[in-house]
Ligand binder design. Structure first.
Ligand code: FAD
Length: 501
């Protein structure tokens, strides 16, 4: 029986989009269905770090930490617009982990992950170093080490864009409602969440990359009714006005053995997170609680001279970690590593289920999924994603300022701050947005012009104001109600013009 696709992927988070990109690039016929917007699940709600996870060393997750550390510089070189190095300041707390333990952990962190370009750990005198200035006087000594920042939702969209450019069909606002076994493969029912129209498509393989919904999809496929493979662990973040002037981040130890980060965010803000607590309701109900907000304010307030109160919070978000269930006693002890489970074989077709994972390791996870696909369908082309830049990332890791300078020459009429913003979001694709004339087009609100919106709608699957203001960009932090209304009106007008032909 001929199949419509080689592989149907359920879920447009980082894992689904990473698999779609890799598979399309290796010559498989791919369809990806996402029931909401790309990155609308966990993949836009992370701490936004490309990191090994210093804390996971304590849980002896050496395989994961090593793989993640090795990925830092690989991903940075593939997407230097949306990923950049970040130095972390870890103050020594006299009542918590001893200095020798921090030093040992950082020594391992520096040496097990093939670090080449990122600078190593150093000891800090917080009484003299600028990083000590915002901290309470009791913190005299600290350490500084390297990791990286990522615009998480953009990473997802860029993978989807590249997958589409390599032939994958990416359907957003399309829910998979049924997965039925057929001889040698599967029939998958797709429902368009806007028009409510439905259709059925077939494939030899299904990749279940539904993140927190992975067990729900398994139950739907009737292979794991009531399946409980993932532990849903909620994590929330708060954003407040900038708490310090330098560009380093902090990692603070709490007396409950957890850690929280305070990270410079979008120029004018500080991002603080995260929490770790079991989530027992449906994943879509996730929302920060007053208790979590207070916990984050208090944890940061234990270190900063400036106290933070819930009314300082300008934005917050929550996400669900779909962690592989292995019976860990507390949420923070559950493994952050990924696990693949294949149900089926070459003759019958198979469903590949993805559990857990990090944004940092998505590319390696995709390669592992591709190894399974190759075993089931036969290999077509070798692995390729370690060296192929993501869209807009085709410039050197130290070339960001040079890129901004090129944009300034190309579009002398546009504010430099806006060009910098475009360079961070789109890299070299900013030239396509500005066009041959170097213009933003008619301004709809703030510095958001028609050319950028057009790019987001036509090439990045943006449909709603939230897609544009919170996932493709973070202009939501700066837009007032009237700005949002203006964008909403523009999107509606464009949609009706498109519908009218
Ligand atoms: P998701 O992003 O949730 O994607 C799954 C998608 O499937 C969703 O978009 C959903 O809408 C879709 N879907 C579900 N069911 C269906 C269906 N029936 N039909 C169609 N679509 C469907 N990792 C890091 O590397 N660095 C960090 O700093 C970091 N910080 C984190 C902080 C927090 C608080 C959390 C929660 C996670 C963090 N992570 C971090 C982990 C990382 O964010 C996740 O591992 C990753 O985003 C999971 O991606 P995913 O694609 O598996 O899931």
């Amino acid at each position: 029986m001929p199949f419509d696709y080689d592989v149907i992927i359920i879920g447009g988070g980082i894992n689904g989009c990473g698999v779609a990109r890799d598979a399309a690039g290796r010559g498989y016929k791919v369809l990806l269905a996402e029931m909401n917007d790309l990155a609308s699940g966990t993949s836009s709600a992370s701490t936004k770090l490309i990191h090994g996870g210093l804390r996971y060393l304590e849980h002896h997750e050496f395989r994961l930490v090593r793989e993640a550390l090795m990925e830092r510089e690989v991903l940075w070189s593939l997407a230097p617009h949306i990923i950049w190095p970040l130095r972390f300041v870890l103050p020594h707390h006299s009542a918590l982990r001893p200095a020798w333990m921090l030093r040992l952990g950082l020594f391992i962190y520096d040496h097990i992950g093939g670090r080449k370009k990122l600078p190593p750990t150093k000891v800090l005198d917080l009484q003299k170093d600028a990083a000590g200035a915002p901290l309470k006087d009791q913190f005299r000594k600290g350490f500084e080490y390297s990791d990286a920042s990522v615009q998480d939702a953009r990473m997802v969209v860029l993978n989807a864009r590249d997958a589409a450019e390599r032939g994958a069909e990416i359907l957003t606002r399309t829910e998979v409602t049924e997965v039925t076994r057929k001889a040698q493969g599967f029939a998958v029912s797709l429902v368009n969440c806007i028009t409510k129209s439905s259709r059925s498509v077939t494939a030899r393989l299904v990749v279940n990359a539904a993140g927190p919904w992975v067990d729900r999809v398994l139950s739907m496929a009737a292979q794991g009714k009531g399946a409980r493979n993932v532990r849903l662990v909620q994590g929330s973040h708060i954003v407040v006005r900038k708490l310090f002037a330098h560009d380093k981040a902090y990692i603070f130890q709490n007396d409950d053995k957890r850690i929280i980060f305070a990270i410079p965010y979008e120029d004018d803000f500080t991002l603080i997170g995260t929490t770790d607590r079991d989530h027992i309701c449906a994943p879509e109900t996730v929302k920060i609680s007053a208790e979590e907000t207070e916990y984050l304010c208090a944890s940061a307030g234990a270190y900063f001279k400036q106290q933070i109160v819930p009314t300082d919070v300008v934005w917050s978000y929550s996400g669900i970690r779909p962690l592989f269930e292995q019976g860990a006693s507390s949420a923070q002890e559950a493994t952050r590593d990924y696990v693949l489970k294949v149900d089926g074989d070459k003759a019958r077709g198979a469903m590949i289920n993805v559990f857990g994972g990090k944004i940092t390791t998505y590319r390696r996870l995709a390669e592992s999924v591709l190894s399974e696909i190759e075993q089931l369908l036969g290999a077509r082309k070798p692995s390729w994603t370690a060296t192929a830049p993501l869209p807009g990332g085709d410039f050197p890791v130290d070339g960001f300022d040079a890129l901004v300078a090129r944009l300034v020459r190309h579009a002398p009429g546009v504010e430099k701050a806006t060009l910098r913003r475009l360079a961070r979001l789109y890299g070299t694709s900013a030239f396509d947005i500005l066009g041959a004339r170097g213009e933003l087009g008619r301004i709809i609100a703030g510095d958001l012009g028609v050319n950028e919106i057009d790019h987001l709608v036509r090439r990045e699957w943006a449909v709603s104001t939230d897609d544009i203001l919170w996932r493709r960009t973070k202009l939501g932090l700066r837009f007032g109600t009237d700005d949002v209304k203006a964008l909403e009106a523009f999107l509606q007008q464009s949609a009706s013009q498109a519908a009218a032909g």
